[in-house]
Design a protein around this ligand. Structure first.
Ligand code: PMP
Length: 403
């Protein structure tokens, strides 16, 4: 039996998508011109699907910090921090992130994906129960699997549903209970109603983790995320985030105030059994976090750009992922073929967005997902709106009118 035979349906679907134009899941940026511009298929293209929220990837100080670290520490760490020890840079980064987050402890991981795998499996074990929002990112689901904890899914953003499941004691065997939320949900751009969940926390008593991957750097007076925006950080026990979005590098973090938090380092396989991130990446993350702290205007510009795109799309009559302004702006499309056709037409016209199709989307939706950057100009945002308008008008996608 050929082990790869089961991939035949994936191969067929991939071929079908490619036959309709460019490879929607294999786009190559032939040359990067800036945080918001690349050459794709030989054409200069506006990037509107990169999660480069702060537009920081070409910042001169971040690049210089990375180059200095390459020269001083070399190209790689060649092992895990448990086996090989840490570089001073790792500790510097953890100290700076803990200070930025106003948390006692911070542990840095090689990717944001591993941060979720590590935190979930370090915090919860087979006797414990993890309550997950149904729309949680795959890294949260995978972390749950790795932990061996019992999994209870509650309806997306529905604190009353969580309350009901906790009251029933679903899957409860007397272990601990961890509830996991996201600051901004990556596909639809909506925020968790944190105050509602914290009311349920006060009633039932559980530990709460918020993945601020898409909200870190973006929301709140300090740029720490949704809990910062909502003024509810003291009620959140653990924060997870990534360096691959607002920080413009690669890596992830978990943070908290628990006195045993540091011991998680010796209990998280995705931290212990993988090489730590490269010196250049760590150093650029340190430089980036200093920028985020010193330049709140980036956050303000991102908010302005997000509002401009959101209202522009609304005026076109497009149905969006959520009804609140967010740097993630998803356009709901009628079906898979029209979504692929619209995506190709947009790319040809010079704008790259993410295509998101089932099973990777909530409620089997077909989406064209934009992520806004502080580095987009007003003219960029207007051009994205104009091109979406033109593509819809050409009939590539049936116009979906706001309900
Ligand atoms: N959490 C969420 C909510 C995400 O959207 C992502 C990535 N898109 C991750 C974690 C993983 O982060 P990374 O890509 O840095 O591994």
């Amino acid at each position: 039996m050929d082990l790869l035979a089961k991939l035949a349906p994936i191969a067929e679907r991939h071929a079908r998508i490619k036959a309709l134009g460019s490879d929607a899941v294999g786009v190559v940026n032939e040359k990067l011109l800036s945080p918001t511009r690349a050459i794709i298929d030989g054409r200069e293209t506006i990037l509107a699907g990169t999660n480069n929220y702060m537009g920081i990837t070409f910042d001169a100080e971040c690049i210089a910090a990375g180059q200095k670290a390459l020269a001083e520490y070399g190209t790689g760490t060649t092992g895990s921090r448990i086996a090989n020890g840490s570089f001073a840079l790792h500790r510097d980064l953890e100290r700076e992130f803990a200070a930025f987050l106003d948390r006692k402890h911070c542990i840095v991981f090689t990717t944001g994906y591993q941060a979720n795998l590590g935190m979930m499996s370090g915090l919860a074990g087979p006797r414990d129960t993890i309550y997950l929002d149904a729309d949680s990112h795959s890294s949260i689901y995978d972390g749950c699997t790795l932990s061996g904890a019992k999994l209870v899914r509650f309806r997306h953003n529905d604190a009353a549903d969580l309350d009901k499941r906790l009251a029933r004691g679903e899957a409860d065997e007397g272990g601990g209970r961890l509830v996991v939320l996201e600051g901004i949900y990556s596909m639809m751009g909506d925020r968790a109603p944190l105050a509602d969940f914290i009311a349920v926390k006060k009633k039932h008593g559980f530990q709460l983790l918020v993945d601020e991957a898409h909200s870190f750097g973006v929301l709140g007076p300090h740029g720490r995320g949704l809990a910062d925006e909502a003024g509810l950080e003291k009620d959140v026990d653990f924060v997870v985030g990534t360096f691959s979005k607002s920080v413009g590098a690669i890596g992830g973090f978990g943070a908290g105030d628990h006195p045993y938090f540091e011991m998680l380092r010796y209990a998280m396989r995705p931290y212990m059994f993988t090489a730590s991130s490269s010196p250049a990446s760590i150093a650029t993350s340190i430089a980036a976090i200093r920028k985020l702290a010193a330049e709140p205007q980036r956050r303000r510009k991102l908010a302005e750009n997000s509002a401009r795109l959101f209202h522009g799309f609304r005026d076109l009559g497009l149905e969006l992922g959520c009804n609140e302004v967010s740097p993630v702006v998803a356009v709901r499309c009628p079906d898979e073929p029209s979504t692929i056709a619209m995506w190709n037409a947009l790319l040809k016209a010079g704008v790259y967005v993410n295509i998101a199709l089932p099973p990777g989307t909530p409620n089997k939706l077909c989406l064209l997902r934009c992520s806004v950057s502080a580095a987009h100009s007003d003219a960029d945002i207007d051009r994205i709106i104009e091109l979406f308008g033109a593509v819809v008008a050409q009939g590539h996608g049936k116009k979906v009118v706001n309900g």
